[in-house]
Design a protein around this ligand. Structure first.
Ligand SMILES: *Cc1c(COP(=O)(O)O)cnc(C)c1O
Length: 382
């Protein structure tokens, strides 16, 4: 086996397209140069359709969590009441963040593997009408659930004056998102998931309503103060040195989105999800989510009595396929196949085929080719 030929199917980081890798190798430029300003302006503008917003998209340097923290630090103050929809490990992160900033956190805990329904949120908000902001996760990466944030944002507007704040780190650029039309106030994402880049860029879009809250909020913050990013972006720059190489890469990524068309990119992710789920069913591997709640970017599968999940992951690794395990209480219980970003239907066939070989090696009673065939059927009939 080649050491450098593995297939990376974790739900972040994800593989980097060769032309993006090349773009990131460009000679360094000064971050206050005209060239860098042009790049920042171009990236910010071309990101708008991915967020579904007419607002500027702010570019911070940091992992996805820095964008989550920016969303919290800028909108809430100690003592504020907030609602956090927790459908898994990343909803839990928003809950911990808001607690850290001294909020009274009304958690809406949903069983892991399920999506939050609009009715559940409505009932919760009727019990907690004082919530100043509602934090939610679009794709809950730890379970492979896509929460219906369009409907949830509608409920928030109907029931409260709270800001709707969405973590779209593991799905922005792979699923429909219309921040403005859906009435979402803040959307945050990171670079290493569907955006096909290394970790290091945190992207934030903010509604006018949220800017009013942010301007009034006196919670101490410095590096993550979104007001400074907004002021700088108006001059096509950033307050501190940006990750210039990642910006080179982002420019290339956004060209790729334009070339393919966002609708095609979204359709490709849906197809990869459907192929993966058809294969799981054919191999009788239990899916963690229903079809309705499933995310187009990551699929979670339970282990069975016939094999140990972590042994399966090791076997797959030896066969040059990298998938993720479970987080928190799901460790050792599930494995997760990422299918986002620089990933296409043929890659899914390779993953399913290798999964079959690995299961066979572990003496799991499956029929070789069944999963691949089911996935091919899906692909052949789109
Ligand atoms: C990956 C991810 C994050 C950010 O994680 P970092 O490791 O800080 O980049 C946040 N939310 C979700 C849903 C994620 O999948």
């Amino acid at each position: 086996m080649f050491k450098d030929k593995f297939r990376l199917h974790t739900p972040g980081p994800t593989p980097i397209p060769p032309r993006v890798q090349q773009a990131m190798n460009r000679p360094m430029i000064g971050h206050r140069s005209a060239d860098c300003s042009a790049l920042i302006a171009e990236c910010s503008a071309k990101l708008r359709p991915l967020f579904g917003t007419a607002q500027d998209v702010l570019i911070l340097t940091g992992s996805g969590t820095s964008a989550l923290e920016a969303a919290v630090a800028n909108t809430v103050a100690a003592g504020d009441k907030v609602t956090v929809v927790v459908t898994g490990a990343f909803g839990d992160r928003f809950a911990k963040l808001t607690e850290t900033y001294g909020c009274t956190v009304h958690r809406l805990d949903i069983p892991w593997g399920e999506a939050c329904t609009p009715d559940t949120l409505r009932t919760h908000l009727q019990q907690h009408p004082q919530s100043k902001a509602v934090f939610m996760t679009y794709c809950e990466t730890s379970t492979g659930v896509l929460n219906p944030v369009q409907e949830l944002a509608k409920v928030i507007r109907e029931e409260t004056d709270a800001l709707s704040i969405v973590d779209a780190v593991s799905c922005l650029g792979a699923v429909p998102l219309e921040m403005d039309n859906w009435g979402i106030d803040i959307v945050v994402t990171g670079s290493q998931k569907a955006l096909m880049l290394p970790a290091g860029l945190a992207l934030v879009a903010v509604s006018e309503k949220a800017w009013q809250v942010i301007e009034q909020n006196d919670t101490p913050r410095f590096y993550l103060d979104l007001r400074t990013y907004r002021k700088s972006l108006a001059k096509h720059t950033t307050p501190y040195t940006p990750a210039v190489s990642l910006l080179f890469g982002l420019g290339e990524v956004l060209d790729m989105f334009e070339e393919q068309g966002l609708a095609q990119v979204i359709a490709r992710h849906n197809l990869m999800m459907n192929m993966t789920r058809a294969a799981a069913r054919a191999l009788e591997l239990p899916l963690m989510t229903t079809d309705e709640a499933a995310s187009p970017t990551v699929t979670s599968l339970y282990g069975t009595d016939a094999f140990d999940v972590e042994t399966l992951r090791q076997t797959l690794r030896q066969l040059n396929v990298v998938v993720a395990g479970g987080q928190q209480h799901l460790k050792g219980k599930i494995f997760r196949i990422g299918h986002m970003g620089y990933c296409e239907p043929g890659d899914i066939l390779a993953v399913i085929a290798t999964l079959e070989v690995a299961l066979k090696k572990l003496h799991v009673p499956i029929e070789l080719g069944r999963g691949v065939q089911a996935a091919e059927e899906v692909w052949a009939h789109v």
